[in-house]
Design a protein around this ligand. Structure first.
Ligand SMILES: O=C(O)[C@@H](CO)OP(=O)(O)O
Length: 202
């Protein structure tokens, strides 16, 4: 049965600095590179036929480190559809400073609700509206061919995918947090139904 591994990139410079990142193209930290190596260790023993990542360097570098550690060279598809949610005017702000300025509740709504849009940015719903059509037209095609697929993307692009795969509602997705560099492994049927899910703790 085809496998789908979902990985959020390792710690980025702005994760480390606690800043809203979104579409800003920041690199990994040394800790992020180590998290990528640990993700590879957790994925050891699996063989991937194709890999997908975003157009952003933190996800691409995480994928490169994982594939190098696994000594695998599948075709890589890089697509902006898998980019992090655009955080609009919040990009670059420190998250704790933003909570002081706008209030904890407002910042939580911007960060975790399904349909509240940060100023000039994307809600999770808007992110899902570009991630899920890409899943349907590209990734699920590979799964239907029986391929094992590795996706290395971002907190909110992966939250969109998990919301679909786990059939979470807009209310349930509020509580979904994805750690950097911790693979989620789905076993799917050839018609892309989820058969099982596990978290591969490094
Ligand atoms: O800043 C961001 O782009 C994201 C991911 O790091 O943050 P959040 O946890 O608010 O979704």
């Amino acid at each position: 049965m085809p496998l789908l591994a979902l990985v959020r990139h390792g710690q980025s410079l702005w994760n480390h600095e606690n800043r809203f990142t979104g579409l800003v193209d920041v690199p990994l930290t040394d800790k992020g590179r180590e998290e990528a190596r640990l993700a590879a260790r957790a994925l050891q023993g699996l063989t991937f036929d194709v890999a997908y990542t975003s157009a952003l360097i933190r996800a691409q570098e995480t994928l490169d480190i994982i594939l190098k550690a696994l000594r695998q060279h599948p075709p890589i598809i890089r697509d902006a559809a898998l980019n992090e949610r655009g955080y609009g005017d919040l990009q670059g702000l420190n998250k704790a400073d933003a909570a002081q300025r706008f209030g904890d509740e407002q910042v939580k709504l911007w960060r975790r609700s399904y349909d509240v849009r940060p100023p000039n940015g994307e809600s999770l719903e808007m992110t899902a509206q570009r991630v899920l059509p890409f899943y349907d037209r590209a990734i699920s095609g590979d799964i239907r061919l029986g391929k094992n697929v590795l996706v290395v993307a971002h907190g909110n692009s992966n939250r969109s995918l998990v919301m679909k795969l786990d059939r979470l509602s807009g209310e349930q997705v509020v509580g979904l947090e994805l750690a950097t560099g911790v693979p989620l492994l789905y076993e799917l049927s050839a018609d892309t139904a989820v058969l099982s899910k596990q978290t591969l703790t490094p």
